[in-house]
Design a protein around this ligand. Structure first.
Ligand code: THG
Length: 301
C-alpha cells in the first residue's frame, strides 16, 4: 500500500467523500454503507491515489462515525486514506482501524492542535498534513506561510516525526474573494524546497474555485494545478472525476503546461493562433496572477 506513493507524478487525493455532500451526509445519518462504498470504488477506478474522508468537525458520535467509514471504505478499496476531521477522538478512532499508512488531515500550527495530534502521528506511524494556520488565523502572504511551516516542522522534530511524513499545505483560498492571496500559495510551493527539501506538500485545489459558478470551476482548478505543479507541489486534494485535471497530474498535457508557463512568465501570446480553450486558459492565468480583477465573466472579456 505504501509503495503507491511513488513520487513519480503528482499524488491526487480524491475529495469526493465529504460531509458537505448531501448524499454522503444522508448515508452517514442512515448508517447506509452503499453510497459511501460506491463513491470510494468510483474514485479508485478513476485512478486516484488516496481518498480524503472529510467529516468536518463531526461533534456528535465522531469517533464511531469515523471508525465506521474507514472500515467500510477499506473493505472495498486498497487505497490509503486521508482522515479529514477536526475532532481529535474521531481522528484517533480512524487511525486505530486504518490499514496501511494513514494521513492525518490536518494539524495546524496552533500549539494545542500540535500537542494533541502529533503524538497520534507518531503512535500510529501516520503522515500528517501541516496546515499553515496559526493562532492569528489565515496567513497573509508566502512569508507568513513559510514561518508557520517552520513552526510545524520544528515541533514535529521534537516528536521525532520524519520530515517525509509531513505534507505542508499553504491553505488555498477562493479567487473570487481572496484574489491577491493566490500568489501566496504558489510562492510558498517555491520556498518549500529550501525550507524543508524532504517534506511533502499538498493543497485543496477546489478551494480556489469555491463559490464560482459550477461550469467555471474546472478551468480555475486545472490552471491553478499547473501553476502549483510547476513549482513542485507534491500532491493535491481534488475532484476525482475531473478527467482533464487527472491528465495534467499524470504529465499528459505538456503542451498546455507549456502554454501556461509562457503566460505566467508574462509573454505576450498572440490570441489569433490559439483555440478558444487555449485563450481561456491564458485569461485564467492572468486572473490567478492578479493581473486582471476577478469577476465571474473573466472568460468573456
Ligand atoms: N486542505 C486540506 N484539507 C482540505 C482542504 C484543504 N479538506 C477540505 C477541502 N479543503 C478539500 N475538499 C473539498 C471537497 C469538496 C469541495 C471542495 C473542497 C467542493 N465541493 C462542491 C461544493 O461545495 O460545491 C460539491 C460538494 C458536493 O459534493 O456536493 O467544492 O484546503 N488539508
Amino acid at each position: 500500500m505504501e509503495t503507491l506513493i511513488s513520487g513519480e507524478y503528482m499524488i491526487l487525493i480524491g475529495e469526493n467523500i465529504n460531509i458537505m455532500s448531501k448524499r454522503i451526509k444522508e448515508a452517514i445519518g442512515q448508517k447506509d454503507p452503499e453510497p459511501i462504498r460506491r463513491l470510494a470504488i468510483a474514485q479508485a477506478e478513476a485512478g486516484i491515489d488516496m481518498l480524503d474522508i472529510n467529516l468536518g468537525p463531526v461533534r456528535k458520535d465522531g469517533a464511531e462515525i469515523m471508525e465506521w467509514v474507514v472500515k467500510i471504505v477499506q473493505e472495498v478499496v486498497e487505497l490509503p486514506l486521508s482522515l479529514d476531521t477536526t475532532n481529535i477522538e474521531a481522528m484517533e478512532a480512524g487511525l486505530k482501524v486504518h490499514k496501511g499508512k494513514a494521513l492525518i488531515n490536518s494539524i495546524s500550527a496552533r500549539p494545542e492542535r500540535m500537542s494533541a495530534l502529533m503524538p497520534l502521528a507518531k503512535r500510529y506511524n501516520a503522515g500528517f498534513i501541516g496546515l499553515t494556520l496559526g493562532v492569528e488565523g489565515i496567513p497573509r502572504d508566502a512569508n507568513e506561510r513559510g514561518l508557520l511551516a517552520a513552526q510545524i516542522l520544528a515541533e514535529a522534530l521534537t516528536y521525532d516525526i520524519p520530515e517525509e511524513d509531513i505534507w505542508l499545505d499553504p491553505v488555498v483560498l477562493p479567487v473570487n474573494s481572496q484574489q491577491l492571496q493566490i500568489q501566496g500559495c504558489t510562492e510558498f510551493a517555491m520556498m518549500l524546497k529550501d525550507i524543508a527539501p524532504n517534506s511533502k506538500s499538498t493543497c485543496g485545489i477546489s478551494n480556489v474555485s469555491s463559490g464560482v459558478p459550477p461550469h467555471l470551476r474546472g478551468i480555475l482548478n486545472r490552471t491553478y494545478l499547473i501553476m502549483l505543479k510547476r513549482y513542485g507541489m507534491y500532491s493535491a486534494i481534488a475532484d476525482a472525476f475531473d478527467e482533464e485535471l487527472k491528465a495534467i497530474a499524470r504529465d499528459k498535457r505538456p503542451e498546455l503546461e507549456n502554454l501556461i508557463y509562457r503566460a505566467m512568465d508574462g509573454e505576450e501570446i498572440a490570441y489569433d493562433s490559439l483555440s478558444k480553450e487555449e485563450r481561456d486558459y491564458i485569461k485564467t492565468v492572468h486572473v490567478l496572477m492578479g493581473r486582471t480583477l476577478y469577476s465571474d465573466s473573466w472568460l468573456e472579456i
